[in-house]
Ligand binder design. Structure first.
Ligand SMILES: [Zn+2]
Length: 87
């Protein structure tokens, strides 16, 4: 099976609710070290981020941001991964 695209892995790691897709990716991760490393890297980055920015501060801020835009996973991901993590 071909590797899922990076954004699919990121969405999986961020806990996207689409269960069927998550299942497929989970199965893939069991057999693919490359994707496993990628997802682990995302987890590490998120943990670091949350250590610096406690959740009770970040979440209301994040929700306000999401409110302002479309309520889509894409915007949420962009906010988390590509904007907020550039220190
Ligand atoms: Zn893979």
């Amino acid at each position: 099976m071909a590797c899922p695209r990076k954004f699919e892995l990121a969405r999986y790691e961020a806990g996207d609710p689409e269960a069927s897709e998550s299942e497929r990716i989970r199965e893939h991760l069991e057999g693919c070290q490359v994707c496993r490393c990628f997802v682990r890297g995302l987890e590490r980055r998120r943990r670091k981020f949350l250590e610096r920015h406690p959740v009770d501060q970040v979440v209301p801020e994040l929700e306000a941001e999401v409110e302002r835009r479309e309520r889509s996973w894409l915007w949420r991901l962009r906010t988390w991964w590509w904007t907020r993590w550039r220190f």
